[in-house]
Design a protein around this ligand. Structure first.
Ligand code: CA
Length: 225
């Protein structure tokens, strides 16, 4: 799960970033309007924490851009202003939730999880495909009822595939989602090849009835075998 923090207060941004990384999220940050605009144009996020008052523009404008691009989902506004106008404008523009600063990090975590569940899982806490089940709350995988040990990246990869069942997942999309935005500047994606090799081996050994097939030169697709 990848989260973008748009917040110009460095200290707050830093502490949000640290606590969300502890929650096992991939975290990206933008300190100003220009960077945030560029990032939302270039990349996809599962959730965006959006400050309204930015030095070079308004978070509400970012919300408008997201709406125009059809990406206005999973947005939580974080604003210092306890302004009803901001709140209403934000929610009207498609934001999912609103938190007034200062807020407790536990509260933010709960809201993020609720937003992600609502949007992507229709309230469910696990993903299932064939006999593979991912428990998103515990971050554990099971084949039939048997626990399948995965490292953090392996879990994130399977999680992404299960959100994109039967769809072709490009190496770039997978890399950005599991390793973060700047991965598109990597020289090559060999590291993905090795991760996939391990995952496929684990799935086979555990007798999963799904497999990840390679689509030559493009990426991968998860299918029932
Ligand atoms: Ca601000």
């Amino acid at each position: 799960m990848k989260i973008l923090i748009v917040e110009d207060e460095m200290e707050l941004s830093k502490s949000l970033e640290e606590s969300l990384i502890k929650e096992q999220f991939i975290v990206e940050v933008a300190f100003d309007f220009a960077t945030a605009s560029e990032k939302i144009f270039l990349y996809e996020y599962d959730c965006i924490l959006l400050d309204i008052g930015l030095p070079d523009g308004s978070g509400l404008e970012i919300l408008k851009q997201l709406k125009k691009a059809g990406k206005a989902g999973n947005i939580i506004i974080i604003s210092a202003k306890d302004s009803l106008d901001d709140k209403l404008a934000g929610l009207n523009l498609g934001a999912d939730d609103y938190l007034t600063k200062p807020f407790h990090i536990a509260e933010l975590n709960a809201r993020i999880k609720a937003v992600l569940r609502r949007k992507k899982l229709d309230g469910k806490q696990h993903l299932q495909y064939g006999n593979l089940r991912l428990d998103l709350e515990e971050r554990k995988a099971y084949v039939d009822q048997k626990h399948l040990p995965l490292n953090r990246k392996e879990f994130d990869i399977l999680n992404y595939f299960l959100f994109n069942k039967t769809r072709l997942v490009t190496k770039t999309a997978l890399a950005e989602h599991v390793w973060g935005d700047n991965i598109d500047q990597a020289d090559n994606f060999d590291f993905i090849y090795y991760q996939m090799k391990n995952i496929r081996k684990k799935l086979r050994k555990a007798k999963a009835d799904i497999e990840i097939e390679a689509v030559y030169g493009v990426g991968y697709r998860i299918v029932e075998s």
